[in-house]
Design a protein around this ligand. Structure first.
Ligand SMILES: Nc1ncnc2c1ncn2[C@@H]1O[C@H](COP(=O)(O)OP(=O)(O)OP(=O)(O)O)[C@@H](O)[C@H]1O
Length: 465
């Protein structure tokens, strides 16, 4: 499927963070080559929640993982590209595939190593992902605070250093002034300007998280904030933290391992503090105790919150949530959806929310993309997808949503085609009640059918008289 018509442009005024263009990915297995993605066109815009729906096996997870660059060695990037902030990180994989006479997973793995190296800075910083089963993401042997601190330590050590140094640099006078500003104006530009001028910007989150707490009265808040100053630090650690603060990267400690360990201990201690603050912001009670707990001591819902916190801690541009609520019971599912809605309001991150459950997507999404057999067949604002679904497949998905009034639940007849040998033309035609001769000949492109609403179906390409 291609997409080139100017007037049909998928883009809107909102800048895209990720742009997927005609992307094809095939899995090479002993039982044949599975054509998992067959020309995906999609963009994820700044600040939006894009829901991605479709039956099992339609390629939702493969697409999410490909955006993250999480590609197994048996997966060939056959065509197209994925641009993250304008850069095509997977290009070397596509170049290998095009050059190779015969696809070899071992050779692909060599190229993947380089791609992974390049993407390691992007992952955890610009992009992060939450998987369905939190236990597969969390390490059972490490405290949850350690796991959150680790993400900061490797991807944002400058922030940790700056927080620690700010508590050392700030004087009692500073704290008095800060409290005065907060009482007069709350958390605003004047507060930030003061911290900037005094070179104690690392206090911003620490002070704000206390000031915003609803469970404390003002006097108590002031007492806690007053204590965020004058913290002693040894001169060696201070020297290295200043370098880390400036460069936001860890120096090479291989020749001075004792100092390396000292600095690491200091930064991890700070990471635990930041983790507990952040979990508090996510509405987790007793966050200061929870950071010292191990994953098995937590419930499924709490674990998933920890995973979401780990994914969000560096304020990424895009968070990909792959069925994040499917393994949870209904009440906890609702709480996690509420958390995601709150995060959407309070951060400027974008979210790609993958789910086979349209009622879940209705709760959180701004736009929804419907996938079928490795393609996006319809994409548009949530209201259009729910109220005016155009693609026959989307219409059937909508009819299959259980409602309180429904006497019988309609299923979608037929099966997804064998992706080792996908049919020519439209992949949905065998299940489609409106199939026409042209559907067996050609694969339909995404066409604009309304404001910010696109469909890949020949029903909407027929010339109007
Ligand atoms: N590593 C792999 N090797 C071979 N085939 C794979 C691999 N990963 C996925 N597939 C196949 O690719 C197709 C798409 O899978 P994918 O997991 O992306 O679909 P999905 O829409 O996310 O499904 P679900 O909702 O069940 O997770 C499926 O046919 C799947 O069996």
């Amino acid at each position: 499927m291609s997409f080139s018509m100017e007037s049909n442009s998928l883009s809107s005024n909102l800048a895209p963070i990720v742009k997927v263009e005609n992307f094809h990915l095939h899995y090479y297995t002993r039982r044949g080559v599975y054509k998992a993605l067959n020309g995906v066109n999609l963009e994820i815009r700044k600040g939006e929640v894009l829901g991605v729906a479709g039956e099992s096996g339609c390629g939702k997870s493969t697409l999410g993982r490909a955006i993250m660059g999480l590609i197994p060695r048996n997966a060939a990037v056959v065509d197209g590209r994925i641009l993250v902030d304008g850069k095509d990180y997977l290009k070397p994989l596509n170049e290998y595939y095009k050059k190779a006479k015969k696809f070899k997973p071992a050779k692909n793995a060599d190229v993947l190593k380089k791609v992974n190296e390049e993407m390691s800075n992007v992952r955890g910083q610009k992009l992060s992902m939450v998987f369905q089963e939190p236990m597969t993401t969390l390490n059972p042997l490490l405290q949850v605070g350690y796991q959150i601190a680790e993400v900061l330590y490797y991807h944002n050590p400058g922030l940790l250093a700056s927080r620690r140094l700010s508590r050392h640099r700030a004087t009692k006078e500073d704290m008095k002034n800060i409290i005065k500003i907060l009482k007069e104006n709350g958390i605003n530009e004047a507060f930030k300007d003061y911290l900037k001028n005094r070179n104690i910007l690392g206090l911003e989150d620490q002070v704000a998280s206390i000031w915003r707490r609803k469970d404390l009265h003002d006097l108590k808040k002031e007492q806690i904030i007053e204590k965020l100053c004058c913290e002693p630090i040894n001169s060696f650690t201070k020297k290295y933290l200043e370098v880390i603060e400036k460069e936001n990267k860890l120096p090479n400690f291989s020749r001075i391992p004792i100092i390396g360990r000292m600095v690491k201990r200091e930064l991890f201690k700070e990471g635990y503090k930041k983790a507990s603050e952040f979990l508090g912001l996510l509405g987790i009670p007793n966050a200061d105790k929870m950071v010292y707990m191990y994953p098995h001591e937590l419930s499924g819902g709490q674990r998933q919150r920890i995973v979401i916190a780990t994914a969000m801690i560096n304020n990424p541009e895009l968070v990909i949530l792959d069925e994040p609520t499917s393994a949870l019971d209904v009440t906890i599912q609702a709480q996690i959806l509420e958390l995601i809605k709150e995060l959407k309001e309070s951060t400027n991150s974008s979210y790609m929310f993958i789910s086979h459950d349209l009622s879940v997507l209705a709760e959180v999404s701004d736009r929804i993309a419907i996938m079928y057999a490795g393609q996006v067949v319809e994409v548009g604002r949530k209201e259009y997808i729910f109220d005016q679904p155009k693609h026959p497949y989307t219409q059937m998905l909508m009819e299959a949503i259980p409602t309180i009034e429904a006497h019988e639940l309609k299923g979608i007849k037929g099966e997804v085609p064998d992706m080792r040998n996908p049919p020519k033309g439209c992949m949905f035609r065998d299940r489609c009640p409106y199939a026409m001769p042209i559907c067996a000949e050609k694969r339909p492109d995404l066409r604009k059918v309304g404001e910010d609403h696109f469909v890949a179906c020949f029903l909407y390409e027929v010339e109007k008289p």
